[in-house]
Design a binder for this molecule. Structure first.
Ligand code: DX5
Ligand code: ZN
Length: 225
């Protein structure tokens, strides 16, 4: 994976048909997705359950772009190897998920995967100040994690603060939660380059009618210029 700051749209398969991930991924990639965002939830760190590393392994062959795995689980460390073996390109863990985020990021990188750190809406940017040198992506949650389709929490100031802390380091700023063509522009102006979008990409479409996925992606892309 090479690094650049062009805007990337990462549809979250949380909003796709869970019985048909392979076809959903093929359709959304054909319609212009840059990355595929994969939400793993454990019913403990967040109040919802999705799936684990076996499902990630099963969907991996269907992804030809980037597999961006967002772990909303605690603890994280015992499962890093399994998610790395599932073929993730990026594994993101929450700073709130345990006392040793530094060790978690080291372990993700030691498994040959890009290391991301996610911040809940109530966690300040300063929480990542001392780990930026071992971080490849900071995910700013603009909803409280656990569910798709929630209302956006405006956190542009946090994004701008992170952008200035990051400076020239090759670190992505990803936004996750409530991203739409309306909410995306100010986030990109503040310094975000990866936009996760679940409902805003999958709304109105299906594998038998995938063109709305493309129209939705183009609408977000056009809004951020
Ligand atoms: C929320 C997940 C998000 C979610 C985004 O816990 O991490 O990735 O799927 O969904 P929307 O775009 O519908 O807010
Ligand atoms: Zn997510």
């Amino acid at each position: 994976m090479s690094f650049d700051r062009s805007v990337k749209i990462a549809p979250s398969i949380l909003a796709a048909d869970f019985s048909n991930f392979g076809e959903e991924i093929r359709c959304v990639e054909a319609q212009g997705a840059d990355w595929i965002h994969v939400d793993v939830m454990d019913g403990h760190f967040v109040p919802n359950i999705t799936f684990g590393p076996n499902t990630c392994s099963s969907i991996r062959p269907h992804i030809s772009t980037v597999m961006d795995v967002h772990l909303m689980i605690a603890p994280v460390d015992p499962y890093i190897e399994a998610f790395a073996e599932s073929g993730a390109d990026i594994i993101t863990a929450h700073v709130e998920a345990g006392p040793h985020i530094h060790r978690t990021l080291q372990s993700i990188r030691a498994n040959g995967v890009k290391a991301g750190v996610a911040l809940n809406p109530g966690t300040p940017a300063s929480a990542v100040a001392d780990i930026l040198d071992i971080t490849d992506l900071v995910c700013v949650m603009t909803v409280n994690p656990g569910f798709g389709g929630q209302s956006f929490i405006p956190l542009e100031d946090k994004v701008a603060e992170l952008r200035s802390m990051i400076g020239d380091r090759p670190i992505h700023i990803e936004i996750d939660g409530g991203v739409t063509a309306q909410t995306a522009p100010s986030l990109v102006r503040a310094g975000a380059d990866v936009l996760v979008a679940g409902s805003a990409v999958f709304k109105g479409g299906s594998v038998s009618n995938p063109s709305p996925y493309g129209a939705n992606i183009r609408e977000i892309r056009a809004a951020v210029g």
